[in-house]
Ligand binder design. Structure first.
Ligand SMILES: *Cc1c(COP(=O)(O)O)cnc(C)c1O
Length: 360
């Protein structure tokens, strides 16, 4: 593990030196006015980046992204609800699995890998008494970026509570909380925020806050009523991931200072550069409507998993393999985190070399 690797996965991703340095420091005591002030600023900054208004709140949970998904469903829905899940891959399936565990009635639109969600398909559910919709804006297992404007329109028209897992699309893709009428936006620390894993962030609309306050949940750690109460004072009920929250503070300040468009443009530039330069290789881009955050690539002649292994073991480069049915078929290249065009150079060089060796 001490070799210098270049990390093109979709998370955890490479972090800047500034962020890594904060992670080395001693962790301060957090029940203080000073830490509360940082938390309040974190909330304000993340809401502003998500384009949420003053009435929205942001909660910071200690756990990976999935803890944010589960906490949302647990606190915002009950057996009286009927939710619709867009299931186009392993992260859509995760919503299905959570609803099963928590006994939340659901319908699912099961899409083939890489398939696009159409308006006709969605409209079939307009008279089914749906009260909530769950979607992963970017289904990270296939690279698909759903048409969020279309889904938002459907939710607004049918007065549906709208939950968006934007864990891998936040920053990388355009996603406006207010414009889309999102009720809960789920964010994770280890994707485009380029921080260590361990922090899930929920941005909540007024409607979401009301749902949480009126819901009774069988959980102490994930009872968001308690979190909302402490949030008023810039605190959390239990010890938070203090150092990640301090890293988040720096990162958000930097993004706001530079402009989120600049950050997004950088990600997109890396993606376009990469796509342009693999055109002559025996590889195929898997999804057309794709997130800026990553590119899913189909191998034509060889096992996609073998490419992951060769890149890791012989070229010191990590790309992201797929699990399940897609394991032999596609691998994924992330464009988020501290990466540059010269990192792309190294990946392209490696892929060209692998091709020359007859392994592609
Ligand atoms: C990474 C990711 C998650 C969260 O996964 P964790 O391993 O729990 O952090 C959830 N949804 C999507 C779309 C993701 O890309």
């Amino acid at each position: 593990m001490d070799k210098k690797m270049i990390n093109f996965t979709v998370g955890p991703v490479q972090m800047s030196k500034k962020i890594r340095d904060i992670g080395q420091r001693e962790i301060p005591y957090f029940r203080t006015e000073e830490f509360s002030k940082i938390m309040k600023e974190n909330e304000k900054m993340i809401c502003s980046l998500a384009e949420a208004d003053d009435k929205s709140k942001a909660l910071f949970l200690t756990g990976s992204g999935t803890s944010g998904m589960e906490a949302t469903i647990l606190n915002c829905f009950s057996k009286e609800d009927k939710v619709l899940i867009i299931n186009g891959g392993s992260f859509g399936q995760r919503f299905v699995d959570i609803c099963k565990v928590l006994d939340i009635p659901f319908y699912e639109i099961k899409l083939n890998y890489g398939e696009i969600l159409t308006e006709q398909e969605l409209e079939k559910y307009s008279d089914k008494g749906i009260s909530g919709l769950l979607v992963n804006a970017h289904e990270t297992s296939t690279g698909i970026l759903y048409d969020m404007k279309m889904i938002s329109k459907f939710c607004k028209k049918n007065n549906i509570f709208f939950v968006v897992d934007s864990i891998s699309s936040f920053i990388a893709d355009e996603l406006s909380f207010l414009d889309l009428g999102i009720d809960v936006m789920i964010i994770g620390s280890q994707k485009a925020l380029a921080l260590p894993p361990g922090l899930a962030i929920l941005i909540l609309s007024e409607k979401a806050i009301t749902r949480i306050k009126n819901n009774k949940v069988n959980s102490l750690y994930f009872d968001l009523k308690i979190a909302l109460k402490d949030n008023q004072n810039g605190q959390t009920p239990f010890t938070p991931a203090v150092s990640i929250l301090l890293q988040l503070h720096e990162r958000l300040k930097d993004i706001l200072e530079e402009g989120i468009e600049v950050e997004r443009a950088k990600i997109k530039e890396l993606k376009l550069d990469f796509i342009n330069r693999i055109k002559n290789l025996p590889l195929k881009i898997f999804s057309k409507n794709a997130s800026n955050a990553m590119t899913a690539i189909e191998t034509k002649n060889v096992s996609a998993y073998s490419i992951f292994l060769v890149l890791k073991d012989e070229y010191n480069i990590w790309v992201c393999p797929n699990g399940g049915e897609l394991r032999e078929k596609i691998f994924r290249v992330g464009h988020i985190g501290q990466l540059s065009i010269s990192d792309n150079d190294k990946l392209i060089e490696a892929l060209n070399d692998i091709n020359k060796r007859g392994l592609l």
